[in-house]
Design a protein around this ligand. Structure first.
Ligand SMILES: [Zn+2]
Length: 205
């Protein structure tokens, strides 16, 4: 097994304090077609994204200085705009959910190192024990249909993020033996994930 020495963490810069951080630790904001700031919770909204730290100092400064409006190419964002309240609330929840998503990726990485990770449809198909399947939220229709045969979790992680966690390229689907400690850890984490989708009502009972 190859060592995971080439871990790639996408970095972004906070438009306000100019500190560089993992994009998973920053909030992405885009300009809507009707020139309003929009919090990009999915991380997938089109357009040029501006990043800001999920902390009250940066948000306060963004409000006072107009720095966020400027970075987005807007004339200004009214200080009584609902956007600021949304941003503050989202920033508050951000730490926990972000941490859970990060932990999920860490557990996937650990399970790979332990040799417990099944990557790709063929490996999962040929595995004879019960598994917990995890698919990227931007996986293909075919993969999604295949996953429908299993107990499946769709966290808010992309193919790129899943690939990084699994230490392979173009990973759309992974699985862990349900009996493994890793699967149990992930199931415990799912309470805190920022986005989740279980298929099957009694999926994990
Ligand atoms: Zn900042």
């Amino acid at each position: 097994m190859a060592k995971s020495s080439n871990k790639h963490i996408p970095l972004r810069i906070c438009a306000i304090c100019r500190v560089r951080g993992s994009k998973y630790n920053l909030i992405r904001i885009v300009k809507s077609p009707d020139n309003k700031p929009v919090i990009d919770i999915s991380g997938k909204l089109p357009g040029r994204g501006v990043y800001i730290c999920p902390d009250s100092e940066c948000i306060e400064l963004a409000k006072k200085s107009g720095g966020l409006a400027h970075a987005l190419g807007l004339r200004n964002i009214d200080s009584d705009s609902e956007f600021w309240l949304e941003l503050e609330n989202y920033a508050k929840s951000f730490d926990d959910t972000n941490l859970a998503d990060k932990r999920l990726r860490a557990v996937i990485g650990l399970s790979r190192k332990a040799g417990a990770l099944l990557i790709g449809v063929d490996n999962i198909k040929n595995f004879t024990h019960k598994v917990l399947v995890i698919i990227a939220n931007d996986c293909s229709e075919g993969v999604r249909n295949f996953a429908g045969n299993y107990k499946t979790l769709t966290p808010s992680i992309s193919i790129q993020e899943l690939s990084e966690a699994a230490g392979s390229r173009g990973v759309q689907i992974i699985a862990l033996p349900l009996s493994s400690g890793f699967a149990k850890k992930i199931l415990n984490l799912t309470q805190q994930l920022s986005s989740k989708n279980f298929e099957g009502s009694n999926a994990f009972e």
